[in-house]
Ligand binder design. Structure first.
Ligand SMILES: [Zn+2]
Ligand SMILES: [Zn+2]
Length: 168
């Protein structure tokens, strides 16, 4: 049976075809196209753009850098439903700290109220935020995580140019 080239889900009905590739839906097709573009962006160009972001001002607070990726973690529950997410942000160290503290508090207040996942995931997400607080990205150069974010951003820009050539 065919599998989605982006998310690897088995396609039961329909789906979208693009040459040899099959996708679940238009959303996966779009993301798959961006992923394909991203893998083709030259490493030198990614590196150069990542250095600019790293040395630039913080996109969140406009303060001074170094700017890097800070991933923080949330969980919330409502009885039978528990939802958790990872929230990477490109920002400065103090914004990273604020986001980690905010998401830890969010999870502490809203995470527990579901069985069983609320009880299981709340400590996990809080500990992940603590790790983000403690394990800081090395300040002298962009981390691989930042390069990956920049690579995806370049791919998004190029995908947009390809989709709407008349608008540029
Ligand atoms: Zn898919
Ligand atoms: Zn900031």
């Amino acid at each position: 049976m065919a599998k989605c080239a982006y998310c690897n889900t088995t396609i039961l009905f329909g789906g979208r075809k693009q040459g040899e590739l099959r996708f679940c839906n238009a959303e996966c097709e779009r993301k798959g196209a961006v992923a394909a573009i991203a893998s083709a962006v030259p490493a030198d160009y990614v590196r150069q753009r990542a250095l600019q972001v790293h040395a630039g001002t913080c996109p969140l607070c406009a303060g001074s850098g170094p700017v890097d990726v800070y991933t923080t973690y949330r969980v919330w529950s409502a009885v039978a439903l528990t939802s958790w997410s990872s929230r990477p942000a490109v920002c400065c160290g103090s914004c990273g700290t604020n986001r980690a503290l905010g998401d830890a508090l969010f999870s502490l207040l809203l995470g527990w109220w579901g069985l069983p996942w609320g009880l299981l995931m709340t400590p996990v997400q809080i500990i992940r935020n603590v790790v983000t607080l403690v394990r800081r990205p090395a300040p002298h150069a962009p981390t691989p995580a930042l390069e990956q974010m920049v690579r995806m951003q370049i791919a998004q820009e190029q995908a947009q140019l390809q989709r709407a050539p008349g608008l540029v």
